[in-house]
Design a protein. Structure first.
Lengths: 167, 255
């Protein structure tokens, strides 16, 4: 009986340790979920930038302690897509790029630490939405899918913004 | 030889097609944001660096290049240090929307100048040092909304233009060409990995015939690509232009 209590106590201790650790911000190390894969990163700049060399889009300005290559590279400029879809992808990426920049501009304007932390979290969410969008585009097979994914992604990130307002 | 000639013709035709079509090289909202970045950061970054949230300045550079078939469309972000002037807005419209008739261009210009003025005003208000963080966020959200609506407005008029210079029939042909090309590539891959199988070879020949037919049709098609009538462009853009102007009117700057 006693042993059981001790074991329960030790278990509770570990559970609370783990829970405590996971909620404590540790040295700016953040995590992105890209197509089910967890990627740890450190922000190097206020606003990550987006590069598109034709077929690959990459998100620059982040450091990845567990990887020597940049894992945020996506093949989205497929020849098989209609020009209209390519324009849609381009326009959505423009939107994210602008959003990340303007989020950064707001971030530098905020004064108290609490709102900076909250808004910084919001910036991370925008980044997560962007990488989710890019990996969905990479996996998309048809022009119709591209259109739907692009619309949904913008609606989704806008909803995150209005949630921020309510807090 | 015939196939090579057709391919060459197609490449030539596609390049002409692209030269005629216009493709905005970057978005207007992007110019606005880039223009402000330097000014904004200078005054405010030092305190933020101390909190560890920001480790370097904004990198607003955006360089992109898309290749569609043999054509290349290039666009890069504008790295201007100040707010765009009316002349720069004119230049932007001339570079990216030059095929538009003058009345459509002047409506577009009016909306973009208003966008610039509203953005400047929102920024000026947002950077008022007496504001609380909550008030800052109100202006920040208004700017983000402006960014989204401006991008959508631009995207819509661009698509409208394409609808006029590239009729549906052209697009259908182009997509059937793409399908055949894709199937051919799959077969080429199959042949390369498994060796020449009789079935695959027969299929390939059939596809080649289809491909050549599609190419011929595409080559004949540009003659049918009509130059858009001025009134038609205006009519097509009217709802997007009105909707955007109405949105600009709805922005309240008196908070």
């Amino acid at each position: 009986m006693n042993a059981e209590k001790i074991i329960t106590f030790i278990l509770c201790f570990f559970v609370s340790m783990i829970a405590g650790c996971s909620t404590t911000p540790s040295a700016n190390l953040k995590e992105l979920n890209v197509g089910g894969k967890k990627i740890k990163y450190v922000s190097q700049s206020c606003s990550p930038s987006i590069k598109w060399d034709g077929f690959d889009v990459s998100v620059e300005g982040l450091e990845f302690p567990n990887s020597s290559d940049n894992p945020l590279q996506f093949k989205v400029g497929k020849v098989d897509f209609e020009e209209k879809s390519i324009r849609k992808i381009k326009s959505t990426i423009f939107y994210y790029d602008g959003l990340l920049t303007s989020t950064c501009q707001t971030l530098v304007r905020l004064n108290n630490e609490e709102s900076i932390m909250a808004y910084s979290k919001h910036r991370d969410e925008v980044l997560q939405s962007l990488t989710t969008y890019l990996s969905s585009v990479e996996a998309a097979k048809t022009d119709k899918e591209i259109s739907q994914i692009s619309e949904m992604s913008k609606v989704d990130v806008e909803a995150k913004n209005s949630n921020l307002k309510k807090q | 030889m015939c196939k090579l000639l057709l391919r060459l013709l197609l490449v030539g035709f596609l390049s002409i097609g692209t030269a005629q079509a216009f493709e905005p090289s970057y978005s207007f909202s992007r110019i606005l944001l880039d223009a402000k970045a330097g000014d904004l950061i200078r005054d405010n970054i030092s305190s933020q660096i101390q909190t560890g949230l920001i480790s370097s300045s904004i990198n607003g550079d955006l360089f992109s290049r898309i290749e569609v078939f043999s054509t290349a469309i290039e666009f890069r972000g504008c790295d201007c240090g100040k707010s765009p002037s009316k002349a720069e807005i004119n230049e932007y419209i001339e570079n990216n929307f030059k095929e538009f008739p003058d009345n459509v261009k002047s409506e577009l210009k009016e909306n973009l100048v208003r966008t610039k003025n509203i953005e400047e005003e929102l920024r000026r208000k947002m950077f008022n040092p007496d504001l609380t963080d909550e008030e800052v966020l109100i202006y920040a959200r208004e700017r983000e909304k402006l960014l989204k609506n401006a991008l959508e407005y631009e995207a819509e008029i661009t698509n409208n233009f394409y609808r006029l210079i590239k009729p549906e029939a052209y697009r259908e042909l182009e997509s059937s060409f793409r399908d055949i090309h894709q199937q051919q590539e799959n077969l080429e891959y199959q042949i390369a990995s498994k060796g020449i199988l009789e079935d695959a070879f027969k299929q390939y020949e059939q596809l080649e015939t289809l491909y050549q037919k599609a190419v011929r049709k595409l080559i004949e098609k540009p003659l049918e690509v009509r130059s858009p009538a001025q009134g038609e462009i205006r009519k097509l853009n009217q709802s997007a232009t009105d909707k955007y102007a109405e949105y600009l009117n709805s922005i309240s700057l008196t908070q």
